[in-house]
Design a protein. Sequence first.
Length: 96
Amino acid sequence: MPNPSRLPAPLLQNWAWQAEAVCREVGSEPFFAPAEEERKGRKERDRQAKSLCGTCPVVKACLHHALATHEPHGVWGGLTARERRRLLPAAAATTP
């Protein structure tokens, strides 16, 4: 087990953008699909989430984070998981 006193301090500035995010005010429901969601419901929820992202001051940082971490679920940075996968190189998109 690593010695906690020797671990680097977290880089808070890498996550500070999240404090400005619109989703913090509205909750995660518009951004993530419930298991039983049907196609029509998903399209409407995704539309609502993208609309909220369109008003967000940190949408670019959010998208950068989702692409960098290969976030597999939800709407991040105004894009669905499928849309984000299209932006990734082919090899990276198939990596779990």
